[in-house]
Each structure stands twice: as C-alpha cells, then as structure tokens.
Unconditional design. Structure first.
Length: 143
C-alpha cells in the first residue's frame, strides 16, 4: 500500500480528519494570502504567520477546463484518460480567493455563490509509489 503525501508541503493540513487550507497572515496589516508567503504582498512586511484558512468557502467564479493542461502539469492523466473538469476561485472566510480544481465538470452543476467544501484527492503517483495528494472543492453538503 502506498503512502498518501501532500503534493507540496504547506498547502493544507495532512493527514487530518478535517483538512484545512493553510495560508499566511501579515502580522502588520493582517492581509491573508494563499499559498503562504514569507513576505506580505500588501505592505511588504517580512512578519507573517501561517494560519488555517478553513475548509469551506463560496464559489466566486468558475470555468470548465476542456483540454489537457500543458507541461509542466504532471498528473496521472493521459490524453486518453483526460476528462474535462471545473476550475474556479473559492472565496474563503476572511476574503482569500483560492484558485482550485472543482469536482464538478458540468456547467449545470456550478453556480457563482454556491457553498463549497475542501476535498483532498489523489493527483499522481510518484516514482517511489507514494500517492501525491492535492486539494479541490466540491459542492458543500448539509448546507
């Protein structure tokens, strides 16, 4: 059995029963960003703190990706197995907008303003057999 490891460290809490996106907040002006940054993009301060951004947000805008992304995109998909998928910006509590893959892949499943929840999903398998995990969003259940 392979290990599940984050595609990149510092994007989300993992492993976790209820994963959260991780970002940074400036200690000077309180600007929050995703992914986490060592410097504030707003005021230039070098004093930021890693913060949990949450696991739910609101779909701010979206589109459908209908073609296989170009290199350096490295998933387990091939041109033969590729299926269109949603891509959108999800606004997290505190106003940070996160660009993410969406589980929905049809326009009739997506609506600006709909509640979304964070999903941690397999992206690819590395040369050591580890399953690289990434984040995506799906329609929030029980809202």
């Amino acid at each position: 059995m392979s290990n599940q490891v984050p595609l990149h460290e510092g994007l989300f809490t993992w492993p976790a029963a209820k994963p959260q996106l991780l970002g940074s907040r400036c200690n000077q002006c309180a600007e929050a960003t995703f992914p986490a940054q060592p410097d504030c993009r707003s005021c230039g301060s070098r004093q930021t703190t890693i913060v949990e951004l949450g696991d739910r947000g609101i779909l701010w805008t979206w589109t459908i990706q209908t073609f296989m992304p170009k290199q350096p995109y490295r998933s387990d998909e091939t041109p033969e197995t590729f299926r269109p998928y949603g891509v959108g910006y999800v606004e997290m509590p505190g106003g940070v907008r996160v660009e993410a893959r969406l589980q929905a892949n049809s326009p009739d499943q997506l609506q600006i303003g709909m509640p979304m929840q964070l999903d941690i999903i397999p992206f690819r398998t590395d040369k050591n057999g580890n399953q690289k995990m990434t984040f995506s969003f799906s329609a929030a259940q029980g809202v």
